[in-house]
Design a protein around this ligand. Structure first.
Ligand code: ADP
Ligand code: MG
Length: 437
């Protein structure tokens, strides 16, 4: 019988926000990693993917629920579980060889054995001959090879990869990914299970036996998808394209209850605005309006045309949905009649539509506008609004949400902003028409 490698039951985790209030990041997460499988974890930025991985790696304790590795509770880093970080996390003052040996030192392995194992792992990762180099002398792709070598040199049972390829250019990332899959599929590494966090749907479909999608605020497992296609997979085959399509659908699907939750969440002044800007919103909208799409597109096809990564496209789709300009459904996106008008309109009308939608659908923008109108000077400092956001968001997220609201608000002429003073103000009125006498 297949063994459970990792088993998580009812895992919850809160962090304290700047003002000390707890904020629930993960809630009731159940997850198992079985022997022999690669699982990909997808989810929006901020949905708690890294937090979940850090809990599994024993780097962070859950507040509630149980987390076990082969039946034993994880309370500290476990010898059998290794993690690869997006940022490589190499020590700059240590050589490649020393960085790789580090994990073995912690296990009390003798020097000559450390050296041999590091050597052969560097060889396996195509880094033979680079043992004496310092990380800064290597390219990003090679540095991440070192990060992976360091994780693999301990012969981990479980490998956790947190967006390990996303800091690399596309080609380098793909090469590294297929190298790892080859090691896995050929049995060259003893690793029995892998959990790969990604925000790239194609990457998840190419690698995983199973895909888990994490919903946000708080992070919960939303759906699960099995991929029963033998590896190596061909990214251009109709079968794989079809799977990518379906996972896109799952990522953007809003079951009735989720739609209600989104409507309720976005109805709140603290709603974390999707991290995108007006130029991306307009670009995607125009692409969607133009041939060959003419108002409706299959998301993967649109993504190919847009030449933007998923992590920029998804927040843009969310913004379009939030503003009532488009709707996403089962892997397709279509313009609403208003979105159609927007696409056809000239600059002035477009800004007007945008401003209207902003006031109707983004409570933060409406709140800023209302407070400005109530203020005799028509100007307000931005700090109180940021403080308001910090009641529910992390400081960096609050600042980012404010930046987005300001960028959108300026475009929609809902308010103006003085960058030097950090002051919001009502837009200059159109010169009033001369009164008829
Ligand atoms: P993801 O990896 O999916 O982008 P993270 O797990 O990094 O998400 O973060 C989830 C949420 O938890 C974010 O809102 C983030 O700001 C918050 N968070 C993560 N780590 C901490 C921490 N150490 N202290 C406070 N908040 C944190
Ligand atoms: Mg992360």
């Amino acid at each position: 019988m297949k063994q459970f490698l990792l088993d998580l039951k009812g895992v919850s985790k809160s962090f304290r926000t700047a003002d000390g209030a707890p904020r629930l990041v993960l809630e009731g997460v159940n997850f198992t990693l079985m022997e022999g499988e690669i699982v990909a974890l997808l989810g929006k930025s901020g949905s708690g993917k890294s937090t979940l991985l850090r809990i599994m790696a024993g780097l962070l304790a859950a507040d509630a629920g149980s987390v076990t590795y082969r039946g034993r509770a994880i309370t500290a880093p476990v010898a059998g579980v290794s993690m690869v970080f997006q940022s490589f996390a190499l020590f700059p003052w240590l050589t490649v060889q020393q960085n790789v040996e580090l994990g073995l030192e912690a296990q009390g392995i003798a020097s000559h054995e450390r050296q041999e194992r590091a050597d052969s792992m560097l060889e396996l990762m195509n880094l033979g001959g680079f043992g004496g180099a310092l990380p800064r002398e290597l390219s990003g792709g090679m540095r991440q090879r070192v990060g992976i070598a360091r994780a693999l040199v301990t012969n981990p049972d479980v490998l956790l990869m947190d967006e390990a390829f996303s800091a690399l250019d596309v080609l380098t990332g793909e090469t590294l990914r297929s190298d790892i899959l080859e090691l896995w599929d050929s049995g060259s590494i003893p690793t029995k299970g892998m959990l790969v966090v990604s925000h790239n749907i194609e990457e998840a479909v190419m690698m995983a036996d199973r895909i888990i999608i994490l919903a946000s605020d708080p992070g919960r497992i939303r759906s699960e998808y099995l991929i029963e296609v033998a590896r190596p997979r061909n990214a251009d085959s109709a079968q794989v394209r079809g799977l990518i399509d379906e996972v896109y659908g799952l990522m953007t699907m809003r079951p009735v209850s989720a739609a209600a939750t989104l409507a309720a969440a976005s109805a709140h002044v603290h709603y974390r605005l999707p991290d995108t800007d007006v130029s991306r919103i307009e670009a995607v909208l125009h692409l969607l309006a133009a041939p060959p799409f003419n108002g409706r597109a299959d998301l993967p096809k649109l993504a190919d045309e847009a030449e933007l990564p998923d992590e920029e496209l998804f927040p843009t789709y969310e913004a379009l949905g939030l503003l009532g300009l488009a709707q996403v459904e089962k892997g397709d996106i279509s313009l609403t009649p208003l979105g159609q008008r927007f696409a056809e309109a000239g600059q002035t009308l477009r800004q007007e539509i945008f401003g209207q939608q902003l006031l109707t659908h983004v409570p933060l923008a409406a709140r800023i506008r209302k407070d400005l109108e109530a203020e005799p000077s028509g100007t307000l400092k931005e700090e109180p609004f940021i403080a308001l956001l910090e009641e529910a968001l992390e400081a960096d997220e609050a600042a980012r949400t404010m930046e987005i609201a300001i960028e959108w608000g300026r475009y929609g002429e809902v308010f103006e902003y003085d960058f030097n003073a950090g002051v919001l103000k009502l837009p200059d009125e159109e010169p009033p028409e001369a009164p008829a006498s």
